[in-house]
Design a binder for this molecule. Structure first.
Ligand code: NAD
Ligand code: UD1
Length: 309
């Protein structure tokens, strides 16, 4: 039985990870400021440390005695990085350095698996995007995630802390909060379409994304923690399958048995046109099985919203 720190554990992805860790009998400590996460997301038995990942003292206390850290705390919205550049930077990059520094101060060379993002690539001209593609982020969010990867290399190389970064593509699933304007497109569309409300499509709706189910992300996180590489490692977590925003809306409407009511809005600033990853390297290194198909995942989201599960 191991003890894990999960930063951002009360959030969407973090709470699914906590569930998986608890289900195998591990001890889970969550550090979360509950800014977008919710205490109610946490399974029984998890210890919540209500604190800020960019607060060095809070993090130093939270890492005591852990066997490894899953670092998910972040302001996960690309949009928020535009309106609150420095505030998001403080959490997204400084918070990551604070975690590595806390481990160094505590003399702990335990592994850290952290959430990077497809946003590090920016607008990549060739898809699917492999890990070797140029990293040219177009958003503050993507720039900070790239910064996390660079500091993770330092943590491994200079301080002997094994690190694995996972570049998540567009993650979706139950518990992604549909009420937040900064939430992912799938939770927003499922919530609106299932009650017959109109949806906003930014731009022409032909931009594509690689939608990956949260269960596959949890499998990737758990496998990455077992890796403990001597050199800092980074992998994509994605499906390799493109879906346009309009196709997505159509799938959801068909599954929900609702009509589509689309309003086109101007494209978002800093928006990436096509984001589809190559899953091959991560799948081989982490021993992952085929990812969930979109329609199954969407059904789970719609069931969850309908109060099922
Ligand atoms: P989320 O907002 O549900 O979870 C983030 C959690 O971090 C929340 O519980 C929030 O309260 C917490 N948090 C935020 N600022 C904090 C701070 N200063 N101190 C402590 N806790 C703080 O988002 P999510 O979708 O679960 O994202 C989890 C991670 O995955 C993030 O690092 C995000 O950048 C990354 N990611 C997500 C996606 C996606 O599509 N959802 C894609 C790529 C990467
Ligand atoms: C998402 C993640 C980000 C992650 C990145 C990795 C969220 C909130 N953001 O960014 O953390 O790093 O993937 O690839 O999960 N759209 C609409 N109408 C809406 C909402 C969105 O048309 O109401 C469109 C957007 O313009 C975009 C697409 O849907 O083209 C996806 O948007 P969104 O879910 O916000 O995610 P990303 O910006 O791709």
């Amino acid at each position: 039985m191991s003890t894990w720190l999960v930063t951002g554990g009360a959030g969407f992805i973090g709470s699914h990870l906590c569930e998986a860790l608890c289900a195998r009998g591990d001890t889970v400590r969550v550090l979360d400021d509950l800014s977008t996460g919710h205490r109610a997301n946490l399974p029984d038995g998890v210890t919540l440390v209500h604190g800020d990942v960019a607060d060095p003292d809070a993090v130093l206390e939270a890492v005591q005695g852990v066997d490894g850290c899953f670092h998910l705390a972040a302001i996960a919205s690309v949009e928020r990085g535009i309106t609150d550049w420095f505030g998001t930077h403080r959490t997204n990059l400084s918070g990551t350095i604070v975690l590595f520094e806390a481990l160094r101060r505590a003399g702990l060379q335990v592994p850290v698996v952290y959430a990077s993002s497809a946003a590090v690539y920016g607008d990549c001209p060739t898809v699917p995007i492999s890990e070797d593609a140029p990293r040219q982020p177009l958003s503050a969010y993507g720039a900070d995630k790239l910064g996390c990867e660079l500091h993770a290399r330092v943590a491994t190389h200079v301080h002997g802390i094994p690190t694995v970064g996972l570049r998540f593509f567009n993650v979706y699933g139950p518990r992604q909060d549909p009420r937040s304007p900064y939430s992912g497109v799938i939770s927003i569309f499922c919530e609106r379409i299932s009650r017959g409300a109109p949806i906003d499509v930014f731009g022409d709706g032909r931009q594509t994304r690689d939608f990956v189910y949260v269960g596959d992300i949890v499998a990737g996180l758990l496998a990455a923690m077992r890796l403990r590489p001597a050199e800092a490692a980074v992998f994509n977590l994605c499906t390799g399958r493109p879906t346009s925003v309009l196709e997505l809306a159509g799938h959801i409407a068909a599954l929900a048995g609702s009509a589509l009511d689309v309003t086109h809005r101007p494209p978002r600033a800093g928006e990436i046109r096509h984001s589809v990853g190559s899953p091959a390297r991560g799948r081989a290194a982490l021993g992952l099985v085929d990812p969930a198909v979109l329609s199954d995942g969407l059904r789970n989201v719609l069931d969850w919203m309908a109060g099922g599960r």
